[in-house]
Design a protein around this ligand. Structure first.
Ligand code: OSB
Ligand code: MG
Length: 368
């Protein structure tokens, strides 16, 4: 595969509704897109990093730097035979998984198109429809949250995830369970607690949650293993897992029973496929997380969610929940029974809307 040209772009798009987690609030998304031209085709990738280093160390700006100074020059230096070979070339660079993933994933799109198969199939997907849930941020008060849950449940979403933090947890979950005793419900703390909160966290068991996501340290697996021995709610790890090896260690230690997979966090499809395999052989369910992606990253998430180990509804939901107008056509839509159909056409399966992308671009740079 000979890469002829790479283009970096920053786009800026306001979210339809701001999104608040235990670590902060996002109103405007600043997203770095990567376009790769190779073999007479072009493929797009998205950097899923946030605006600030609050979810992980990466930001859209650190990704721009690492792509511009290292990843893009390394990719242009000599041809690669496959996206996985490029992933291997990037291995000496420590961390910066979201920057790596954007470039590698663009190559997967090109490869799929070249082979005349859908991206989902190229990465090993088997499902033609994926189950969807939603992630609902912290709200100004419980009534607003209950209303939002009611709206998403009636839209058909198969499970509801709510964000929690100290002061917005047990009483909120209590209210949700009173109003919605039967919905599939889970909570994501984004590392808002420590083991000192053990007695408090034990109360979560009352709400028969599907799981609690990343309650403790963003880089921890030891304390999570201790916590998992004390609570019956399954722990799902997000922030702590960056590779198949991380997953193996966390699982063997008993730190989690479920894993949230994010393409950016784990560094792209090659790593995601390995991680998926580790979880499959150990019977650990995985599901696809979200990073408030534009249509490009969302399309990649749909493809990844079609792998057979993705047995639980993910956070991949309809474009319209995030954007007044997405940058792909068609936009990602969700059926009344809470599923997304996996595109069966060659390549990405959604057309990047070049006019729309140009309109929201705030800077771009080309490399060849
Ligand atoms: O922890 O899963 C998370 C968004 C940004 C950063 C971290 C997380 C999230 C979400 C939203 O929960 C998922 C989405 O709707 O894209
Ligand atoms: Mg999470």
């Amino acid at each position: 595969m000979k890469i002829n040209r790479v283009e970096l772009r920053e786009i800026q798009m306001p979210l339809v509704h701001s999104f608040e987690t235990s670590f902060g609030k996002t109103t405007l998304r600043r997203i770095v897109l990567v376009r790769v031209d190779a073999e007479g085709l072009s493929g797009w990738g998205e950097v899923t990093a946030g605006e600030a280093p609050l979810y992980s160390h990466e930001t859209f700006e650190t990704a721009w730097h690492v792509l511009r100074e290292f990843l893009i020059p390394w990719a242009l230096e000599h041809d690669c035979t496959s996206p996985s070979e490029l992933a291997a070339r990037f291995r000496p660079i420590r961390g910066h998984n979201m920057a790596k993933a954007a470039l590698e994933n663009a190559l997967w799109v090109i490869e799929a198109e070249q082979k005349g198969i859908p991206l989902a199939k190229a990465v090993g997907g088997t499902l033609d429809e994926i189950p969807c849930g939603v992630s609902i941020g912290i709200q100004s008060n419980v009534e607003v949250l209950l209303e939002k849950i009611a709206r998403e449940v009636s839209a058909g979403y198969q499970r509801i995830k709510v964000k929690v933090k100290p002061g917005w947890d047990v009483t909120v979950l209590e209210r949700i369970r009173t109003e919605f005793p039967r919905i599939s419900l889970m909570a994501d703390a984004n590392s808002a607690y420590t083991l000192a909160d053990l007695e408090h966290l034990k109360q979560f068991d009352r709400f028969y949650l599907m799981m609690i996501e990343q309650p403790l340290g963003w880089d921890d697996i030891i304390d999570h293993a201790k916590l998992q021995r004390e609570i019956s709610t399954p722990i799902c790890l997000d922030e702590s897992i960056h590779s198949a090896d991380d997953a193996r260690k966390a699982i063997d230690l008993g730190a989690c029973k479920i894993i949230n997979m994010k393409l950016g966090r784990v560094g792209g499809f090659t790593s995601a496929r390995r991680l998926h395999e580790v979880c499959r052989t150990r019977n650990i369910p995985v599901w696809c997380g979200g990073m408030l992606e534009s249509g490009i990253g969302r399309a990649h998430n749909v493809a990844m969610s079609s792998l057979p180990g993705f047995t639980l509804p993910g956070d991949v939901s309809a474009s319209r929940r995030y954007w007044t107008k997405d940058i792909i056509s068609p936009e990602v839509t969700v059926s009344p029974h809470g599923t997304i159909r996996v595109p069966q056409t060659p390549g990405l399966g959604y057309e990047p809307d070049l006019d729309r992308i140009e309109k929201v671009t705030t800077r771009k740079e080309q490399f060849s």
